[in-house]
Ligand binder design. Sequence first.
Ligand code: GLN
Length: 202
Amino acid sequence: MQKEVGSLIIGVLALQGGVNEHVHHIESIGCKSILVKNALDLSLIDGLIIPGGESTTISKLLKLTNLDSEIIQKAKQGLPIWGTCAGMILLSKEIENDENGHLSLINIRVKRNAYGRQIDSFVAKDIINSIDSSEEFPMVFIRAPYVSKILSSQVEILASIDNNIVAVREGNILATSFHPELTSDLRFHKYFIDICIKNKFN
Ligand code: GLN
């Protein structure tokens, strides 16, 4: 990757959920990482990952710490943000059969726990063209949501499994139903870091 990688600081929202695995991937690629727990942390970073976990819990903690409005402000200024699983739910504008969106930063509607109990967790493999058209990407789903509706033509569909949309991008906001941090494959993290590099240096 580009020489700029070493100068990037990627934040991982560290209120609840699977933080360490993202940190490991970011550092394996050669970026610095910090745990984001307050507005000061947020001011230091070139990109933010919102990890999987429990979206209702993370949402409550976002409100308590006031980080919700800080993140929304940073996103509007162009900070790249990637949400995995619960992170996707937190970023989406609408949530099916549920309350309104939390951060409402990407024009999608999601269905929580969309895959039903008997297949709460599973792994799928498919080509994701934006990531790498030559080799399938492993996708780990854990009580995952999927995108049930796209609410803007600006939203790009990156991946679908069984006709359900599981990865999307709208400008600086990226959301995946699955967990690339739970595999040893670094390509999705590299894709996000590339967005962060373009945002910082172009
Ligand atoms: N089902 C969880 C939620 O609704 C998300 C699960 C996950 O992040 N692995 O928040």
